[in-house]
Write a protein that binds this ligand. Structure first.
Ligand SMILES: C[SH](C)CC(=O)O
Length: 267
């Protein structure tokens, strides 16, 4: 059924994020699965997507974005996921901690902490909202760590402190991963590590851990969003399992749009 010319109102454009993100491949798949032949997926960045979303909502204009949970946008705006009857986005992910092979021998304390790191979407969203309100990520993370000693002490239970051992974590500038990586970096700093946080694109992030260039990352959206990276690099990294369960990816629109499913996007 036609969605009342919704496509024309948004110039048949889906506002995406960085080209290498898994959600972008999932959206390419959705365009194919739903025969959205005259729709195009605009690559930009996480920040550009959220500012376009904010501008559209401020003017109550139509917009469709590649969206994911956990994310501050659901706390800030009235949004909904479009139903995905073809399952192009899969049925959700857990966010995994992934480290280089050999880390357990080289940095046993960091390895144990990273293995014990586990939290909920609500914890991550608290930090994301602070960062969105203008607080520097490292500052927002340090404040959260100070306010959540009980949870942090579970993560560091039995972990030896060190004196300046170097560790490098890699991440992509997705709001969720900026929050989690800065929290993990803060705790490692408190444990005595000399921490480097390096921002990369998604492919290079996985490659850096797989070839041992970096020590680890907390950004593996498994099994759906990063299915291709799991396939390409899965034999070369060590997956320490979920640090956050119940993540979601999909197409997201403001509630004021009278459209409910991807199949309503006319071709
Ligand atoms: C946090 S983003 C949904 C992850 C990705 O799309 O690769």
């Amino acid at each position: 059924s036609s969605s009342g010319g919704f496509g024309e109102e948004v110039d048949y454009t889906i506002t995406g994020i960085d080209a290498g993100a898994g959600i972008m491949s999932q959206t390419d798949q959705a365009i194919e699965d739903y025969n959205l032949s005259n729709w195009n997926l605009q690559a930009s960045s996480g920040a550009a997507m959220t500012s376009a979303l904010g501008d559209a909502i401020a003017n109550e204009e139509p917009i469709i974005v590649t969206g994911w949970t956990p994310h501050w946008k659901f706390a800030e705006y009235d949004l909904k996921y479009l139903e995905d009857p073809e399952g192009s986005y899969g049925d959700g992910d857990d966010i995994h901690t992934v480290v280089r092979q050999g880390l357990e021998e080289d940095l046993p304390g960091a390895y144990q902490f990273l293995d014990q790191f586990q939290w909920e979407a609500s914890n991550m969203e608290e930090i994301m909202v602070e960062i969105q309100d203008g607080t520097e990520p490292a500052e927002a993370a340090a404040a959260w760590v100070d306010e959540n000693e009980d949870m942090v002490s579970e993560w560091t239970d039995g972990v030896e402190e060190v004196d300046g051992e170097a560790i490098e974590l890699v991440y992509v500038a997705w709001d969720s991963e900026i929050a989690s990586t800065n929290v993990v970096g803060e705790v490692l700093t408190d444990l005595g590590y000399d921490v480097t946080l390096t921002q990369l694109e998604a492919g290079p992030m996985f490659a850096a851990v797989a070839d041992g260039e970096a020590d680890g990352m907390v950004s593996g959206w498994f099994p759906n969003t990063h299915a291709s990276q799991m396939e390409e690099y899965g034999d070369s990294y060590e997956d320490l399992g979920p640090n956050l369960e119940g993540a979601i990816t999909g197409l997201v629109v403001p509630e004021y749009m009278d459209i409910e499913s991807i199949e309503d996007l006319e071709s």
